[in-house]
Write a new protein. Structure first.
Length: 83
């Protein structure tokens, strides 16, 4: 295995950053904030993390629930999966 460092072109990093921001805005806009704000803090903060970062696995860990349970909660909160 090579010990060479792989450099990602700055243009590609900028493109990914823009795509991440667009995805975050879609999740934020579509989310049912009344439902999210009515949840216990642990679940609320997990969904906010999901909206901000898009990482379902970490959000499930924050909430202390399974990925399947998080997806059910995500659907109730109307948070889309943006690809």
């Amino acid at each position: 295995m090579s010990s060479e460092k792989f450099e990602i072109p700055e243009e590609l990093l900028n493109e990914w950053k823009i795509e991440d921001e667009k995805a975050r805005e879609i999740r934020k806009k579509e989310a049912n904030w009344n439902f999210i704000n009515s949840l216990p803090p642990k679940l609320k903060y997990a969904l906010i993390y999901l909206i901000e970062k898009g990482d379902r696995y970490v959000a499930a860990k924050i909430a202390g629930i399974s990925l399947e349970e998080l997806d059910e909660l995500r659907r109730k909160a109307n948070i889309p999966i943006v690809i």
